[in-house]
Design a binder for this molecule. Structure first.
Ligand SMILES: [Zn+2]
Ligand SMILES: [Zn+2]
Length: 146
């Protein structure tokens, strides 16, 4: 991977922030755009529904493949929310999630105590590279209905 990365990084110098390993794809850019336009953490099927009109030959498999690339590039995060489908997030800054047990809403929260993982891991000789904080309960709308 590092070879391809170095080579094409030189070729595409100054061409913006898109990761260099993969050719630019209109479909992939559209996926990212759609994900960035919503805070609802949608599924791949949601993306597929919205893209069918502009890309009539698109398949759900292509959406998944592009999502795999975007995830690998660190531009999209997958959230397995307990349901059968991964939910997607184009907000790559560190943040926590609140997941509603009733309606499945996923809400972004500011990440508290960013150093926590490192502190805990250090004593055990662990190298903590990621952390994920999730809170569960009822979202405001569901709580109001109770
Ligand atoms: Zn809810
Ligand atoms: Zn999020």
């Amino acid at each position: 991977m590092s070879v391809a990365l170095t080579r094409s990084a030189k070729n595409s110098a100054g061409k913006g922030t898109a990761a260099p390993v993969y050719r630019r794809s209109r479909q992939r850019e559209r996926i990212l755009q759609l994900l960035q336009s919503t805070g609802t953490h949608p599924t791949a099927a949601w993306l597929f529904e919205r893209m069918k009109k502009d890309f009539p030959h698109l398949s759900l498999g292509t959406v998944y493949r592009n999502l795999g690339i975007l995830t690998e590039q660190g531009r999209v995060r997958r959230i397995s929310a307990g349901s059968s489908f991964d939910r997607l997030d184009a907000n790559t800054s560190p943040h926590a999630h609140f997941i509603c047990d009733r309606c499945g809403a996923i809400i972004d929260l500011d990440e508290p105590d960013v150093g926590l993982g490192q502190d805990v891991g250090q004593g055990l000789g662990l190298v903590v590279e990621r952390r994920e904080l999730r809170l569960y309960g009822l979202c405001g709308r569901c709580a109001a209905k109770t």
